[in-house]
Design a protein around this ligand. Structure first.
Ligand SMILES: Nc1ncnc2c1ncn2[C@@H]1O[C@H](COP(=O)(O)OP(=O)(O)OP(=O)(O)O)[C@@H](O)[C@H]1O
Ligand SMILES: [Mg+2]
Length: 235
């Protein structure tokens, strides 16, 4: 591919090649020979605790540096970027839902959900805040002044989802996004995420243990000791 057409690659088309994440002492945490994702598709990552699911998701987000290989989103190879440009790529193109939510306890729901606005131009900030408010409302969270320190696990999770979606990111990466939700709320959240993916051609990656969620995604890779297992490895 010539450089001029490479720039036209949609930013949410993922190509992973020979990706390795190792600790400083050389222990291999993640080892992915190849993985491709088209815009508008969804991928599940499953596997036992400690298999490297979060580490892989963080590597795809550029939060954990790759030791080797390629993590190409559109024309950008995150594995070739230093920390600062990785962070700005992430702020611009990705919405993340973390396993432990990472909310600011002293802020209210809307302030938390609208946080990505801090990394945007002032003109965009207002639109993002409206988006955040709309997502909170749809997820059944009041945008009042109550601090999230008093929120339940399920409420926190929904604030984290609203924050991930507020910036309209082409890529949504979620680590166990339904772990604190009861069945009905979990199903509704997945309905929402999948509708978003289908209607707007986003790319969605979800780490989950929940079979009912995994079976609704386009593909699933199962990790064991950092590697895709045989059966799902070339999915
Ligand atoms: N920076 C690091 N240094 C050393 N070991 C690490 C580091 N980060 C993660 N690990 C180890 O890598 C392994 C995989 O961790 P990871 O958090 O990716 O697992 P997981 O599949 O998400 O598990 P869970 O289902 O419990 O969330 C674990 O043994 C963890 O302790
Ligand atoms: Mg994890």
């Amino acid at each position: 591919m010539t450089p001029s057409t490479a720039n036209l690659e949609p930013v949410n088309r993922l190509t992973v090649e020979a990706l390795a994440v190792r600790t400083a002492s050389g222990r291999r945490l993640v080892d992915i020979p190849a993985l491709d994702l088209q815009p508008g598709s969804s991928l599940g990552i499953s596997g036992p605790s400690g298999a490297g699911k979060s580490t892989l998701l963080y590597a795809l987000a550029g939060l954990v540096p790759a030791s080797d290989g390629r993590i190409q989103w559109g024309a950008t190879d995150l594995a070739q970027l230093k920390e600062a440009p990785r962070a700005s790529f992430r702020a611009k193109h990705m919405g993340l839902i973390f396993q432990d939510f990472l909310l600011f306890e002293e802020l209210d729901a809307l302030a938390n959900a609208a946080l990505p606005g801090q990394f945007r131009q002032r003109t965009e900030r207002e639109r993002l805040r409206d988006n955040a408010r709309r997502h909170l409302q749809r997820l059944g969270i009041e945008s009042d002044a109550r601090r999230v320190v008093s929120f339940s696990g399920g409420e926190r999770q929904r604030v984290a989802v609203a924050r991930a979606l507020a910036g309209d990111p082409p890529v949504v990466l979620a680590d166990e996004p339904t772990a604190s939700l009861h069945r009905e709320a979990a199903d509704r959240l997945i309905d929402d995420l999948l509708a978003l993916v289908n209607e707007t051609q986003r790319t969605l990656v979800i780490v989950s243990h929940d079979k009912r969620i995994l079976e609704r995604l386009d593909r699933v890779i199962e990790l064991n000791d950092g590697r895709p297992t045989q059966e799902a490895g070339d999915a």
